[in-house]
Every structure is written in C-alpha cells, then in structure tokens.
Design a protein around this ligand. Structure first.
Ligand code: CMP
Ligand code: CMP
Length: 237
C-alpha cells in the first residue's frame, strides 16, 4: 500500500476517468459527487472518513470511475493497486455481488436504492437454509439480524393473551422480516417459522443500520401492513 496526501479541494477521482487504485482513508474527509446524466450538475452523495474506502467499482467492473471524489479537508489515504486488489479482494467481493445482485433487484422494498447501494448490501449478506417448521426468529429474543427471503414461505406468529400461537403475517419470496427490533431497539415482536423449505439472506445489525438507513422511513411506514393483515386475517391483537 502506498500513502498519498491531499490538500483541501484536491480532485482525487474524476467521474469517467480510468481507475486503477482503491483508496482507504487514513485521516481527513473526502466528498463523493455524481453526475447522473450528461451535462447535469454534480450531486453530493456522501463523505468518507478514516477507515472507509472508495474507488472499488472501477476495479470490480473494469469500468470508468462512477463518481468523483474531492478532498474536503487535508487528507491522507492508502492506495491499493489493481493487482493487489484482484489478488486479495476482488474474487470474494465479486462472488457475493453476483450471487445476490439479481436477487436484490427483485426485492420491492429496495427499489429506491441504486446499484451501488445494492452492491454494498450484497457484500454483507449471508444465506441460510431452514426446513419447514423451523423457527428463524423467536418472539422476545434480542434481535441481531435482518432477513430477506430468497426462496420459500414463512409465517409470523405471536403469542396471544390466552397462550395460543397466532398467525399474524405470511411471507413469500422477496419479502423481508426482522426489521422492527433493529429499528426500535426492542425484543423480537413476533416469531418467524418456515412453512416450506426456506432460504433467507441475512445481514447483521451494524450493516443494517449503515446500509438500510435511507430506507428507515419506508420500513417504518410499512409496519402498517401488520395491523392490516391481522384485521383481514381475523387475528386478535
Ligand atoms: P469508482 O467508480 O471506482 O470511483 C468513484 C467511487 O465513488 C466509486 O468507485 C465508489 O467507491 C464511490 N461511490 C459512492 N457512492 C457511489 C454511487 N452512488 N455510485 C457510484 N459510485 C459511488
Ligand atoms: P422483529 O420484531 O425484529 O422480529 C419479528 C418480526 O416479525 C418483526 O420484526 C416483523 O418483521 C415481523 N412481523 C410480522 N407481523 C408482525 C406483527 N403483527 N407484529 C410485529 N411484528 C411482525
């Protein structure tokens, strides 16, 4: 890794250029901007700080730089060249991206995210399989994962005041569950049980908070569907 120093306002990456290094921020802050169509103004996207990296897309996809990076303050970055990147990062990262990107494009709740944001989510997902009848989540437990259904069906169950397990929601492929306890820092509000062979992709709490931040309002608004379902299904609350 080589060390590079930038003054405030330096152009570190220019959208459209060829790229052959990835940057890891050691200190300072750098802003990311993107021009979404030819002739349009640059849109501010985000600020990178120590420990974060950027410039991976050109290396992953052998494509021109997809955004511009300008140093906001004096900054120092480490650079990783293409050969080293290919050797230690590319294969693992690419494998996950290709495994999950097609799936993520079919998940309705993610439709407002761009490919870059979905790619970041893809890198953090892990798949797990369950048999019909298995519990994925138990009501009252501490929540540490968010789930997307890759294949199969499941149901949400809540313990009623009379001690019965009641079905309060039904799930199909491309649905999600397990968001409530992460959004609200509360125990799991229901149990989730597989009703067929089930394959889910899960993401941990920290990555969920970081990557699903832009969707928090949508997820909160969507919780209305639970009350609607219970009403139509005749489940007692
Ligand atoms: P790369 O295309 O190599 O160079 C510009 C970098 O900006 C890109 O890699 C990403 O690391 C980063 N970036 C951040 N947000 C986005 C975005 N929404 N679209 C494209 N690139 C982005
Ligand atoms: P969470 O509380 O993290 O874990 C259980 C999940 O069940 C919950 O997030 C929701 O995703 C889902 N769920 C489905 N129906 C309901 C419901 N009626 N009330 C609460 N959670 C529900």
């Amino acid at each position: 890794m080589a060390e590079v120093h930038f003054k405030q306002g330096d152009s570190v990456i220019t959208q459209g250029d060829d790229g052959d290094v990835l940057y890891v921020v050691d200190n300072g802050q750098l802003d990311c901007f993107k021009r979404f169509s030819k002739g349009a103004d640059n849109t501010y996207l985000k600020t990178y700080g120590p420990g974060e990296s950027f410039g991976e897309l050109a290396l992953l996809y052998n494509a021109p730089r997809a955004a511009s990076i300008i140093s906001k303050t004096v900054a120092t970055c480490f650079t990783l060249d293409r050969a080293t990147f290919n050797h230690i990062v590319r294969d693992a990262s690419m494998q996950r991206r290709t495994q999950f990107e097609e799936f993520l494009n079919k998940v309705p709740v993610l439709s407002t995210l761009d490919q870059y944001e979905k790619g970041k989510i893809a890198e953090c997902l892990e798949s797990v399989r369950y048999e019909s009848g298995d519990f994925v989540i138990k009501e009252g437990d501490h929540g540490s994962q968010f789930f997307l259904i890759e294949e199969g069906t499941a149901e949400a169950l809540k313990l009623s005041s009379s001690g019965q397990q009641q079905v309060v929601y039904k799930y199909n492929s491309h649905d999600y569950f397990g968001e409530l306890s992460l959004l609200r820092d509360e125990p799991r509000a229901a149990s989730i049980r597989a009703t067929s062979a089930l394959k889910v992709a899960h993401i941990d709490r920290l990555a969920f908070k970081r990557l699903f931040g832009p969707l928090e309002n949508i997820l909160e608004r969507n919780t209305e569907k639970y009350a609607k379902f219970m009403k139509s299904y005749g489940a007692l609350n």
